[in-house]
Design a protein around this ligand. Sequence first.
Ligand code: ARG
Length: 464
Amino acid sequence: MTAKTWGGRFANTTDARVEAFTESISVDRRLYRQDIRASQAHARMLADVGLLTSEEAAQIVAALDAIADEIERGTFVFSPQLEDIHTHIERALIDRLGDVARKLHTGRSRNDQVVTDLKLWVREAIDELDGQLHALQAALLTSAERHRDLVLPAYTHWQRAQPVLAAHYFLAYVEKYQRDRDRLADCRRRVNVLPLGAAALAGTSLPIDRERVRIQLGFDSLAANSLDVSGDRDFALEFVFALSVIALHLAGWAEEWIIWATTEFGFLDLPEAFCTGSSIMPHKKNPDVLELIRGKAARVAADLQRLLMLLKGLPLTYNRDLQEDKEAVFDAFDTVAASVQLATALIPQTRFRREAIASRLEEGFLDATTLMEFLVARGIPMRSAHEAVGKLVRLSEQRRCRLAELPAEVYESIRPGLGSEVYHVLGVDNALRAFRSVGSTAPAEVDKQLAGWRDRLRLSAAAP
Ligand code: ARG
């Protein structure tokens, strides 16, 4: 049996089933770098305030580096009897340094230690994900520029609504991922408050200097209330919520492209490297990556739910329930990071079938709303114009023609004079050119946005 760090008050050994049930090393070993970094900062601080000699601190810092190496090389031995990553590292340190290492946990508790480690981990994860989202935005922007002149039907209820430039479509997702990045940055502000120094829950009577730890670990400020700290997982909740929103954005897009890649739509040709075949149907090229991006969003939403349930009804301060938080955080991050990276790789390799899209663009009355606005601009009350165009659509359906193919007399009967002007606004290209409002799909507006995003994302000029 390995001696427990907390074994002093126990006369009997722990039941092996309890050790198996309570261990978290299988999950929290991922925190080893953060744990070592925080312990090194803590040791240096202990030396600064005279609780360790500087030689002792130097020995501890060096031995922790050696332990990190061992873990990285895969030679470190993990055992469920040692509970978690914090005890593992402390035990390995004691095995190397003896009594000196037994001083490391001075003025500290696993309660403030574990939340410090997790905050360091989440902070890194946020920074990494921010870079990945930026790369995704860059891929979307490049596609927007490449498809600047392609016109797409846009939908509500999966029914054809109005025409948009493909660039406008891609930029819609650039906006969404920008909000996601902003949300992560906002969450990071609350992540970056140092818990270490709260000790178990009330602080410590020892003369620790939290500010020195804060500076070494790059936190913005000190958590102000020791009681608040060890049970606070708001930051984890916010992080996983931000991840859930990203997962939803990805899943909505994946759904669109799955449908656009069908024979029925025929808008897209997905790259073979991102598709799989069928074991029985020789012709199949299935969009499994997109389906899994859509499907895995369920995991992320479930991770959020798991954290919400975990935190419900917990009293101040640390409760062992909190150990269950990490798996949800890690899983949500892993899932979203993988999905973002796959999306970023898939997008530039996908080909839009321009002719197929164009050949059916005049179907579905994409110009009807613009026609209505044309009537409004000529003084017809909006509701009357709506009704009149609705009737024209019905007439077109009966005659199996487009609005642009109705004869001039039909338009003259709405208002004399219309018959000669109206054809300038009918048809998808004319309808698209008629847009003008800020934020609309008007070509000039879209060009402004394209240039604006190139700037905002700090990307070098687009290839001509
Ligand atoms: N493995 C524990 C966790 O992840 C570490 C904290 C244990 N603290 C305690 N008082 N038992 O939450």
